[in-house]
Design a protein around this ligand. Structure first.
Ligand code: HEM
Length: 440
């Protein structure tokens, strides 16, 4: 006889402590070990969230039972009001139509168009680093990744207009440094920023109308020219939602990953030497870095994976349950709000021994620790809804690290201040990452 499933009320309840902001991922591992892979948290306003923890949970939500978990019901309450509707918070069949339209622009072959733009923007932004003597990697990588996203994805050229958009997005997502008593109060404060940002973007989108269909150089041009079977195009509101989500998803995450990667390599001389030797062998000390070279940089690739394992920019992803689903002996009824802490398994010592150690070689043969447990490494999500920008991000982060590490020696100024904070879904180095820069 099968055992009766337990109800949501019977799921063990957990509570955050102030320290949870910093050790969120190891904490999920500890909860799962102590209480099982399903735990819940009750919010003061009467809301409740269920956490599904570990590689098995990742597989359930992202692959085997994914139709039962809605992106729309999960993400829209988190980002819908500020960003609108894009791929991330759409469900099928609408999602699948839109993803099909965008997929070609994210295929690896397409990266040969983007890489020269990335190379140019990386060099321009890093040009004065030595002169400045000290920079904050987190600030600098944000400038680079936003310039890159703005130009490659939506054709906005770097300059004061793009700087303004970056600052507005930053305020919209991260706030203005102010504290708010309630979500409503916070919303009140961001609405004028959102309206200003949307006004700027609509102007830029409108300016793109009328560009001939054969000049599809970026995704915005693709969207402007897209027609369904009845000949209808996307509305400005639909394009705006996509542009917002592509710009945010396309730079917040790569900013954090590249800042951590540069920091980790700069504080691990042995691994740094291996990476620098590889970069020099494949791309020399100067000149254009080709896609072929980027793709051949295996050691740097392992370091990128390791930085993403230790400090995944996206700690967890939200979902709404669409149909009753079972997991870990519990019945999760339709309507349950779920968080999948995709990065929890990254800190599980049973999968990645000594998870606190930066060891890129754990991804190289013969260790290949990620391959032993499917869905354990989920920096970019997984299954059919895996990050559409995964190739884009890997190429960008690799090219950026290669260029910076072949030109400069970076020395962290205050390593004791460098730590990742996860206020919610997205993580970032709390006080930035300040480094001294010298020419090599
Ligand atoms: C280090 C960089 C990045 C990380 C860690 C990252 C992480 C993720 C994750 C975990 C998801 C899955 C979300 C879920 O299952 O709910 C996702 C989806 C997505 N990402 Fe990324 N991402 C990165 C870079 C990018 C870039 C560069 C772009 C665009 C250029 C992008 C655009 C998107 C979009 C549009 C989705 C939704 C895809 C869909 O649902 O069909 N991301 N990303």
């Amino acid at each position: 006889m099968t055992q009766a499933l337990k109800s949501v009320d019977q799921i063990p309840t957990v509570e955050y402590t102030p320290e949870s902001l910093y050790n969120r991922l190891p904490q999920f591992v500890a909860w799962a070990r102590e209480l099982g892979p399903v735990v819940k948290q009750d919010w003061p306003d009467g809301g409740r969230v269920v956490y599904l923890i570990g590689a098995e949970a990742n597989k359930l939500v992202m692959q085997s039972q994914r139709e039962q978990f809605s992106h729309d019901l999960g993400w829209t309450p988190n980002i819908g009001e500020t960003l609108g509707k894009g791929l991330l918070n759409m469900d099928p069949p609408e999602h699948d139509r839109h993803r099909k339209m965008m997929n070609p622009a994210f295929a690896i072959a397409y990266m040969s168009r983007y890489l020269p733009v990335m190379n140019r923007l990386i060099s321009e932004r890093a040009r004065d680093w030595v002169e400045r003597g000290e920079v904050d990697l987190f600030e600098e990588t944000r400038k680079i990744t936003f310039d890159v996203a703005a130009e490659t994805l939506v054709g906005f050229r770097a300059g004061p207009q793009v700087d303004l958009l970056r600052e507005l997005f930053f305020k919209l997502i991260n706030g203005d440094g102010q504290q708010f008593a309630s979500e409503a109060e916070w919303m009140q404060s961001v609405l004028p920023i959102r309206d200003r940002l949307m006004g700027e973007l609509v102007r830029l989108i409108e300016a793109r109308r009328g560009i001939p269909a054969d000049d599809r150089s970026d995704i915005l041009a693709m969207m402007v020219n897209a027609r369904d079977e009845d000949g209808n195009g996307l509305s400005v509101e639909q394009m705006l939602g996509h542009v917002n989500i592509l710009l945010v998803a396309g730079h917040e995450t790569t900013t954090t990953l590249s800042a951590w990667l540069l920091y980790l390599l700069s504080t691990h001389p042995q691994q740094l030497a291996v990476v620098q030797a590889e970069v020099e062998a494949l791309a020399g000390r100067e000149g254009e870095i080709t896609l072929e070279a980027v793709r051949a940089m295996k050691q740097l690739g392992y370091a990128v994976q390791e930085a993403g394992r230790m400090y995944p920019p996206v700690a967890m992803v939200p979902r709404g349950v669409l149909e009753d689903v079972e997991f870990g002996g519990y019945l999760l009824p339709k309507g349950t709000f779920v968080f999948l802490p995709i990065g929890a398994a990254h800190w599980d010592a049973a999968i990645f021994p000594n998870p606190e150690r930066f060891e890129p070689e754990r991804f190289a043969p013969p260790r290949e620790e990620d391959k032993r447990t499917p869905y354990a490494l989920a920096t970019f999500g997984g299954g059919p809804r895996i990050c559409i920008g995964v190739n884009f991000a890997r190429v960008e982060v690799t090219a950026m690290a290669a260029e910076i590490l072949r030109r400069f020696t970076l020395t962290p100024v205050a390593p004791e201040e460098v730590r990742q904070i996860y206020p919610g879904i997205i993580g970032q180095p709390e006080k930035g990452i300040r480094v001294r820069v010298e020419a090599r």
